[in-house]
Design a protein around this ligand. Structure first.
Ligand code: MG
Ligand code: MG
Length: 262
């Protein structure tokens, strides 16, 4: 048995239930955003919908003001992988992929999730990219079980992504989450040493699992805005994320409306 690393906290069932309430705010907000995505809407308009939705649930947008981030969602389009800044000037066009990352705080507890959405009619190549990324997320979630080890998650993500030849970011990871959006541990999407390594997973751990996958190379760079992460080769990317509690009965997907049962 490995020691629990410094800063990693376990949540009580009552605390997990409160995180579920925060997760549902994120889930319902993302639901509204997915329904709103269409050619001609700007990412700034999506951000306004998100902020209105989060506040209507008496929650607070956790991204707004986070290290100076200016919006309630990250909206990353095309070669932008994560952390894109929404703008009224960035109007979505038919055939693009947009990833929307959303976080909310309710009663002091955080939820964090992301989806990638096709704008209008997308090429099959892009639809496959986002489908595989979502499948990789769910494979990672299925590996988040009491008695497992941290690298089981990255190994499960890799096992889905690698056969397709896609790029898989390893410099950006998932994370623990609780009364802060980002808590230890880092949750890598890769497992260089294979599964069965790293911290032991136990009931009460709550993790944000978030594979970031690219059509081409996994090399990325950050734009001068200090936030937006883009692929170096300019090819498209997808990003899916859920906040997941490890329970004695298996993973509980706090940011899925059905808790992940489907
Ligand atoms: Mg997120
Ligand atoms: Mg996250």
């Amino acid at each position: 048995m490995t020691r629990r690393p410094r800063g990693v906290t376990l949540k009580s069932p009552d605390q997990v239930a409160r995180m579920r309430d925060a997760g549902l705010v994120v889930a319902r907000t993302l639901d509204r955003l997915v329904a709103a995505v269409r050619p001609g809407i700007s990412t700034g308009e999506l951000d306004a919908i998100a902020e209105e939705s989060i506040r209507a649930h008496d929650a607070v947008p956790s991204f707004l003001g986070y290290h100076g981030f200016p919006a309630s969602i990250c909206a990353s389009v095309g070669p932008e992988v994560v952390h894109g800044i929404p703008s009224r000037d960035r109007v979505l066009a038919d055939g693009e992929l947009v990833s929307i990352d959303c976080g909310a705080i309710l009663g002091g507890w955080h939820g964090d999730a992301a989806v990638t959405v096709a704008v209008g009619d997308c090429d099959q190549e892009l639809l496959n990219l986002t489908k595989v990324t979502e499948e990789a997320l769910w494979a990672g979630i299925a590996a988040a079980v009491d008695g497992g080890r941290l690298s089981d998650i990255g190994a499960a993500v890799e096992a889905v992504v690698r056969p397709h030849g896609y790029g898989l970011l390893d410099g950006y990871t998932g994370h623990g989450i609780g009364t802060s959006m980002h808590e230890p541990p880092h949750v890598p999407n890769t497992a260089p040493g294979g599964p069965g390594r790293g911290m032991e997973l136990e009931a009460g751990l709550v993790l944000a699992i978030e594979p970031m996958v690219t059509l081409g190379d996994a090399e990325v760079t950050e734009l001068d805005d200090g936030w937006t992460v883009v692929t170096l080769d300019g090819r498209q990317a997808a990003h899916w994320e859920h906040t997941v509690a490890i329970t004695p009965d298996g993973p509980w997907v706090l940011t899925a409306l059905d808790g992940g049962r489907a």
